[in-house]
Design a protein around this ligand. Sequence first.
Ligand code: E4P
Length: 217
Amino acid sequence: MKFFVDSADLDQIAELNDIGLVDGVTTNPSIIAKSGRDFKEVIAEICKIVDGPVSAEVTATEADKMLAEGRELRKIAENVCIKLPLTMDGLKACSNLSKEGASTNVTLCFSANQALLAAKCGASFISPFIGRLDDISLDGLELIEDIRTIYDNYGFETEILAASIRSVNHVKDCALIGADVMTAPPKVIRQLATHPLTDKGLAAFLKDWEGTGQSII
Ligand code: E4P
């Protein structure tokens, strides 16, 4: 399973990347607004840190303007992935950008039929938003399962990028279902490493080791 960081925080991205946990990055207009940074500058800086795809989202709503924005964003770096909303215009822009060889991420997916359309339009990634479905008492994980089945039924190569992940259980469940990628905030990725028994066990080992008076180096 690939791990993407859902953030524009350069320090956090770099720290997780140094650990070896970052296969890509996703941003959206809200994340960029929160960063307080210039959009193109911050995307360029993320692209220098991370080798994998870095999603940068268009903000136009008409296909021809989305296409123009996508082409502009592609100039930032080779690993920019153009993120497009799941609308008919977004799908049209996705088809065209994919034909031009761009990496594309179709976002704001909330149904299996939407995911089917994105795959037909050649999207590199489809981003179903699990947390936002859970927020309205629907089942985000069921959507991931349905998309996995549909893509496998027809051999679609579009990668399922589980998004809007809010908890470590979301990550585990997506991995069990077979999502290709998950994107999560840095905090959730860090939480994956923690377990109280790990802390307790390590403290006991270190105490016993101290009692031996030895050192490895
Ligand atoms: C993914 O591409 C989105 O940026 C993100 O996962 C949305 O998450 P949220 O629903 O927590 O805002």
